[in-house]
Design a protein around this ligand. Sequence first.
Ligand SMILES: *Cc1c(COP(=O)(O)O)cnc(C)c1O
Length: 339
Amino acid sequence: MKKAAEAVIEYNNSGLSIIEMSHRSPEFEDVMAQSFAIFRELMNVPDDYDVMFLQGGASLQFTMIPQNLLPQGAKAGYVNTGVWATKAMKEAKMFGEVAELASSKDANFNFIPKDYNIPKDLKYLHLTSNNTIYGTQYKSFPETNIPLICDMSSDIMSKPVNISKFDLIYAGAQKNIGPAGVVIVIAKKGIFGKTGRAIPTMMDYQTHIDNASMFNTPPCFSIYTCLLTMQWLKKLGGVVTIEKMNEKKAQLLYDEIDSNPLFVGTAAVEDRSLMNVTFVMKDASLEKEFLTLAEDRGLSGIKGHRSVGGFRASIYNAMPIESVQALVDAMRDFAKAKA
Ligand SMILES: *Cc1c(COP(=O)(O)O)cnc(C)c1O
């Protein structure tokens, strides 16, 4: 963050700020080239995949994916694991047929559905790898010949991913990679241009592939800050190292939830997310008091999403284990005080 802030004043002795220099300048061309290279390296992206840095967030991908990959009258499969999947389905319905293959809605999305049939006539199957609001996460993906598409907004770069299992992966940067304003797309080469539909230029993935994500002005500052985060991650040891750190952090918190008499986890144990840990109090009337105690200790942002209630600790890559320990300590002290 310090380095990003410095670059806002002056980037690399160029006499210019990162937010005022031309995106066609050699300096920024270099930022783009480095960003593509380090992303590919960290995520181990195979050569037959394109990488794009786009705008509009993950939410615009909900629209662009069916627009670019689902011909009129054809069918796509979606697994409904929460709000984001629901929103993705809504957009896809504007372009073709949507089959909701499975849903955990009746259980307030507290688990990942696993037993469902995947029809052979699907153009693609869309999944959401980590369900940010409910604290559920895929530990493995379905084995199928249908092209897989995955929204990895909230767990990208938190662990290694076998990219070649997917036709397309997308992720808003703001959870694990950098500031809002950029969404990263990884797409297998040759999958676009087959719908027979006219696609507006900016909505056409091929535009961005052909122009190396520089068809128009990219979100320069966001991309630069993502580059800094990726350099940090690489120095740390990459996704294999961060995965171990993330497992340790999550384990620490889940162990406390399971052993503390006052708290209970909301997600099915086998689907528990390493990124978003959701939990409530057995006695809901104590929640306000615990939240106040937590805030007094500088633990901010742990109030759960309104659709789940209770608490949600988002422990993304950048969260140090010391901060998780501070939350665990607060939970322990609260239980002691109430015993
Ligand atoms: C945050 C989030 C989104 C929404 O991303 P935007 O960039 O705000 O559109 C979509 N999907 C998942 C899984 C998310 O966590």
